[in-house]
Structure formats: C-alpha cells, structure tokens
Design a protein around this ligand. Structure first.
Ligand code: PLP
Length: 392
C-alpha cells in the first residue's frame, strides 16, 4: 500500500481535456465531430514567432536559462505591461513559467494550507478550486452571476473575506462566461481591499487582450494600493495562439518573488529556451496577428450568440471578452452535464457542462467559439435539431 498525501483525495482536474480526448476518439472512429469544447485559439502561431524559435535552436540555445527566464524576455514583459497598462514594473519581479496555469499553481501552493480560506470565482477555471482543495485550504466560491452580466460583484466579494482569507483569485475577462468586470466595480473592490491589507490577490488576466464592443480590460496592476500583494497571471497561450508552447508569465510582489523563484528552481529549472525566444519575438514583433484574431473572434461571437438565442429553451448573454459563450439552458429541461454528453455522443458537438466550472454552473454550458464560422453554424444547427427531437 502506498501512502500518498491526502491532497490527492481532493485534487480535481479540467474536464475540457477529457472531452477533448473523447471528441478525438469519436473522430478517430470516423464520426464527424465539431469541437467547441477546448479553450484554445484555432489559429497557427504567427510565423515570425515560429521562426524565432527555430533560429534559437539553430543558434545553439540548447541549455538551461535563468530559472526566472532570460533577461531580455523579462524586460520585454515589463515593456509590454507598460505599453498595455501604463504601469512601470521591475523585470526582476517577472517569472517566465511553463504556461499560465503554473502561476495559479504556485500562488495557491504559497497560500493554501488547512485553516486558510481562498476565494475564487464560481463558475471559474476549474484548477483554482482543485488546487485550493489539494493544499487543504477551504475553497470559498465567489458567485459570478448571469444577472450581473457575469462580472464579479465588489460588494459580494468583499463580504466573503474573513480573518482566515489569505488569497483572493480574480479573473476578468473570464473563463467560462466571457464576462468582463467594468472599471467601476474593480475600483470599488480595490478601495474595499484597503480594509484587508493581509489578503493577497491573484489576478488571472490571461484573456487581457480579448475584449469586444469597446469594453476595456482593466488590469489590477493599475492600482498602487495593491502592488505589494498582487500576483499577475498572463501569458502567450491565448493572445498569440501558443497553447502548446507552454509559455506564461507572472509578476510577483517583492515579498514573494524569491519564493516564486525557488519554486521554479525546485520544479522545472527554467522554461524551454527556444520557446522563450519565441515569446520574445511575440512581445517585440508586430501585433497585427493578435488584432486580426480578436476581430475574427468578434465576428464569430455574434454568430454564436445570435444562433444560440434562436434555439428554443436557450438564452445567451453577449460575452464581452475571451472566446466563450455561456448560454443558459435551464428552459430546455436538460441537466447541463447530461446535455453536454448527449450533444457529443449523439449530435457530434463537443461543449462543456457548466458544473465542470463550479458548483454554480448547473443550468449552463460553455461553447468555445475558437472554431471556423462554418463549423459554428453547423454545430448550432446540430444542437437545435438534437434538442427538437430529443428526450431528456
Ligand atoms: N487561466 C484561465 C482563466 C484559463 O482559461 C486558462 C486556460 O484555459 C489558463 C489560465 C491557463 O492557460 P495556459 O494554457 O497558459 O496554462
């Protein structure tokens, strides 16, 4: 009998990967499957970024780098944060990590233990809760409500903070809802947080460059009062269509940067060197591919929202960020996970059931519109036909 720690009785996972595996399995059997399940852009990484990695390999970048990342890349991250958020940062506080997910892993490990509470958005990215539970900390869901356009509420968030709260996780633009929290709400939250100086904040801004209808992304980095306790999570995966490269970056406050560096040294030594050079080319090179991708997502967003709202029993708010639609399916009479599974097995459309994103996810499904407009239209037709003839 092997005795692993009890955290493994509680650790969860990301069902989007299980759905992806099943979708691929069905496709392998010759079934026509449209995948609106997994959250990754359907574009190739821009060519100049790929070339930079190839060049780095040819130039002999084959060894370890500094654990926190190569200096020019950390400087480029600081320059990028200045360009996008108007905030000066020290490249010495930047850590290059193997994917955005790793920042949340590190931050939750730093603050989670039995007796500690960690607040996280629900519905939200499933790894937040999974990792909180792994550490033995108590996961406290911050409800993200449809009637609030899937923005978080400053008042509700602040009302959940207690003397046990160590870390508050925020995510805007958000997965799985596409919600973007407006400036007024963020300012209110930041003002309220001044009453809780011992609570650290992890701001997951991985979708920071994907907002629509003129909606601005407000980075928590803008607020001086948080700077000594803010962990910023961002990266290349979504913005530059680089999910498979495993490239993310985080910014740590002075009090945590050395702990973050030590975690890196203990776990992965450094991020793949050629990938870091690709990341450098992404930040310092032309940004038109990013804009083109967001424009394309915007067009598809309208197709998916209009199409969903035309289906009886489904209603869908217009998401203002990321590349997800999160329709309310309560009037179809289906339970969300059963519907997601039936849509994949019977209609050949992969989507994710809301409960995979939290205890408040029942009654919703998530569709990623990172797929061609034609595929999205076909998938919507299939969903409609399925609902018309199905029995629950
Ligand atoms: N944060 C959120 C909210 C996400 O949706 C994702 C990926 O889906 C990540 C972080 C992780 O991104 P990465 O693939 O860079 O690890």
């Amino acid at each position: 009998m092997l005795h692993t720690i009890s955290g493994f009785d509680r650790i969860g996972e990301e069902n989007a990967f299980a759905v992806l595996a099943r979708a691929n399995e069905l496709a392998g059997q010759g079934r026509e499957i449209i995948n609106l399940g997994i959250g990754q852009p359907d574009f190739r990484t821009p060519e100049h970024i790929v070339e930079a990695a190839i060049k780095a390999l040819r130039d002999g970048q084959h060894g370890y780098t500094a654990a926190t990342g190569i200096a020019p890349l950390r400087e480029a991250v600081s320059a990028d944060l200045l360009r996008r958020h108007g905030t000066e940062t020290n490249p010495g506080n930047v850590v290059i990590v193997p994917g955005g997910k790793v920042t949340m892993f590190m931050a939750i490990l730093m603050f989670g233990e039995p007796g500690a509470d960690i607040l996280y958005p629900d519905p939200g990215f499933p790894i937040y809760r999974s990792m909180i539970e792994f550490t033995g900390a108590r996961p406290i869901p911050v409800p993200i409500r449809e009637e609030n356009e899937f923005a978080f509420s400053a008042d509700e968030t602040l009302s959940l903070i207690t003397e046990n709260t160590r870390l508050l996780i925020l995510n805007s633009p958000a997965n799985p809802t596409g919600g973007v929290t407006p400036r007024s709400e963020i300012e209110k939250l930041v003002a309220g947080l001044e009453r809780f100086p011992d609570v650290a904040v992890l701001s997951d801004e991985i979708y920071s460059q994907m907002t629509y209808d003129g909606m601005e992304h407000v980075s928590l980095l803008e607020f001086d009062s948080l700077r000594d306790r803010l962990i910023l999570l961002d990266g290349w995966s979504k913005t530059y269509s680089m999910t498979g490269w495993r490239m993310g970056f985080s910014l740590w406050p002075d009090a945590l940067i050395d702990k973050a560096r030590k975690l890196a040294v203990n776990a992965w030594s450094c991020v793949n060197a050629p990938a870091q050079y690709a990341g450098l080319a992404a930040l310092t090179g032309p940004q038109d591919a990013v804009r083109a991708m967001v424009t394309e997502f915007d067009a598809r967003r309208r197709v998916v929202v209009d199409g969903l709202n035309a289906i009886e029993g489904i209603s869908c708010r217009t998401p203002l960020g990321a590349f997800y639609a999160y329709p309310n399916i309560k009037n179809t009479g289906w339970q969300a996970k059963k519907l997601a599974s039936a849509l994949l097995e019977d209609a050949g459309v992969a989507v994710i059931g809301g409960p995979d994103f939290g205890v408040l996810g029942e009654g919703y499904i998530r569709l990623s519109y990172a797929n061609s407009t034609q595929n999205i239209k076909t998938a919507l037709e299939k969903i409609e036909t399925f609902l018309q003839r199905s029995v629950k």
